[in-house]
Design a protein around this ligand. Structure first.
Ligand code: CAA
Length: 258
């Protein structure tokens, strides 16, 4: 499918989704969000890792599109927020690992997009933040919730109340970003991480993601029960038989995701 504001490229089992509207620093307008939703829905079972990054030199995504939002009525803003939330939830719930390669500004909706990914790596040039209160609103694509879960209440409140932009090193210190790379090394690093993931059982990874995500919203006993059940279920899979047989035969496993 041809998109105007995004690009979806695939290299083997790794797909890279570029938000590619550099003239507006990749700001998320409705069209871009709709294209993102369509692209995420189109991802086939042959894709086993998704990298999300920004097109152009300057930005990952500089936020939701302020020019579009400025004129929204309350009812339209409810719809716009719902669309953004749908995209972030779709991304978060993909049954494959997702990696945000934050190559520049990741502000507002851009920071929220990164937060909906499983892993966040950033370039030395990256700047992250949730500056919405400076516009008289609050984060609207999950930032109040996902940032709080990522860095804790007090840090999330500090970032949201001040609207402060932090650099990649500070974001790493907060545990928001996993590693900081030189700009030219960012995508290669994300691809190296993807290559490590690809060696492992796809079904096990999908289940691990599901149990981590579902468990995070439960108390420990309920969450551990989910793990126990899922661990046992995986013994009904071809991947478990192959993974353990390959280990005992001292050879690499060939997983089928079944
Ligand atoms: N929406 C719409 N357009 C944007 C944009 C945004 N979020 N961010 C940047 N742009 C546009 C600028 O208007 C400018 O367009 P023109 O060339 O047509 O004037 C172009 O991108 C380049 O931007 P700047 O000239 O501002 O570039 P800069 O280097 O001087 O500054 C910046 C970069 C600090 C990122 C600055 O652009 C900025 O502060 N952007 C807005 C950041 C922001 O507030 N994001 C949160 C949005 S609200 C939100 O996201 C709500 C939500 O949670 C759902």
């Amino acid at each position: 499918m041809a998109y105007e504001n995004i690009r979806l490229e695939q290299d083997g089992a790794v797909a890279t989704l570029f938000i590619d509207r550099p003239k507006a620093l990749n700001a998320l307008n409705s069209k871009t969000l709709q294209e993102l939703e369509a692209a995420l829905n189109s991802i086939g079972t042959d894709v086993r890792v998704l990298i999300v990054t920004g097109g152009g030199e300057k930005a990952f995504v500089a936020g939701a599109d302020i020019a579009e939002m400025a004129a929204l009525s309350e009812a339209q803003a409810q719809e716009f927020g719902a669309l953004g939330h749908r995209v972030m939830a779709k991304l978060e719930e993909l049954p494959i690992p997702t990696i945000a390669a934050v190559n520049g500004f990741a502000l507002g909706g851009g920071c929220e997009l990164a937060l909906a990914c499983d892993l966040i790596y950033a370039s030395e040039k990256a700047k992250l933040g949730l500056p919405e209160v400076g516009l008289g609103v609050i984060p609207g694509f999950g930032g109040t919730q996902r940032l709080t879960r990522a860095v804790g209440r007090a840090r999330a409140k500090e970032l949201i109340f001040t609207g402060e932009r932090i650099d990649a090193a500070k974001a790493k210190e907060l545990g928001l970003v996993l590693e900081v790379l030189p700009a030219e090394g960012l995508l290669p690093h994300c691809r190296e991480v993807a290559a490590k993931i690809l060696k492992n059982g796809p079904l096990a990874i999908a289940k691990a993601k599901k149990v981590i995500e579902a468990g995070a919203d439960q108390d420990l006993r309920v969450a551990n029960e989910l793990e126990r059940k899922t661990f046992g279920e995986l013994f009904g899979s071809a991947d478990q038989r192959e993974g353990m047989k390959a280990f005992l035969e001292k050879r690499p496993a060939t997983f089928t995701g079944k």
